[in-house]
Design a protein around this ligand. Structure first.
Ligand SMILES: C[S@@+](CC[C@H](N)C(=O)[O-])C[C@H]1O[C@@H](n2cnc3c(N)ncnc32)[C@H](O)[C@@H]1O
Length: 218
């Protein structure tokens, strides 16, 4: 994970968090070198699920289930989180982690393209996490926007950095320029511009982890 917070600030933020449970610690060891949202964002996702009183959550890109685990912990027993992942082994791991914590009943595991999965679920969703291929963010927003509940939230991970996007080009686009950029950077920039202009949503970019864009549906 490419961090944007200075090391000392990150230490401060982390030190103020409660210790994660044993499963999360095991997942963090498994996640070394894998682009999970990381602990600071994970804890913030759980907080968002609590403050929105979330019953239904949808994830674009679940990997081996780290972010989903944080969410599932905040759901009531009759709540539901939809995980989407096209890597068979990662999704199997996600199922294993969620089952071991007793969360499997509240999880739906969708194997394949997240863009196909979203078509099979009507919403409304209280929280949506967008964290799949970066060039696909604008398309994911189009597909899920009208399925977000009033007072619901969309979180886009990698709003600021990732291993595949150009920070300076995205910043230039946000500042009104038209820089050359790769598909991934364009996906993030278009997403952030669309959210900034969308009057139905209130958006804030928060520099936790790799940067998250949090959009509240008015
Ligand atoms: C950044 S990781 C997700 C991490 C996860 N949200 C977490 O914090 O633990 C992105 C994942 O999305 C998957 N992915 C990318 N594009 C996808 C798509 N269109 N449909 C389904 N999965 C996709 C990748 O295989 C990868 O495992």
């Amino acid at each position: 994970m490419a961090d944007i917070l200075p090391e000392e600030t990150k230490r401060f933020v982390r030190a103020a968090l409660p210790e994660p449970d044993e499963t999360l610690k095991a997942m963090e060891e498994r996640g070394e070198g894998f682009p999970t949202v990381g602990r600071e964002v994970g804890q913030f996702l759980r907080l968002l699920a609590h403050v929105t009183d979330a019953k239904r959550i949808f994830e674009f890109g679940s990997g081996f289930g780290y972010s989903a685990y944080w969410f599932a912990d905040a759901l009531p027993e009759d709540g539901q989180i939809v995980l989407t992942e096209y890597d068979t082994d990662e999704l199997r791991e996600a199922r294993g982690y969620l089952e071991s914590a007793g969360f499997a009943d509240r999880a739906v595991f969708e194997h394949g393209d997240a863009m196909d999965a979203i078509e099979r679920h009507d919403g409304p969703f209280d929280v949506v996490l967008i964290d799949h291929n970066k060039d696909g963010y604008p398309e994911a927003l189009d597909a899920v926007r009208d399925k977000v509940a009033p007072s619901g939230v969309i979180v886009a991970d990698n709003a600021m950095v990732s291993g595949v996007q150009d920070f300076d080009a995205i910043l230039a686009a946000l500042e009104g320029n038209d820089p050359e950029m790769d598909e991934e950077s364009r996906g993030i920039a278009e997403y952030l511009l669309a959210m900034r202009d969308d009057e139905e949503f209130e958006t804030s970019v928060i520099p936790l982890g790799e940067g998250i864009a949090v959009s509240y549906r008015r």
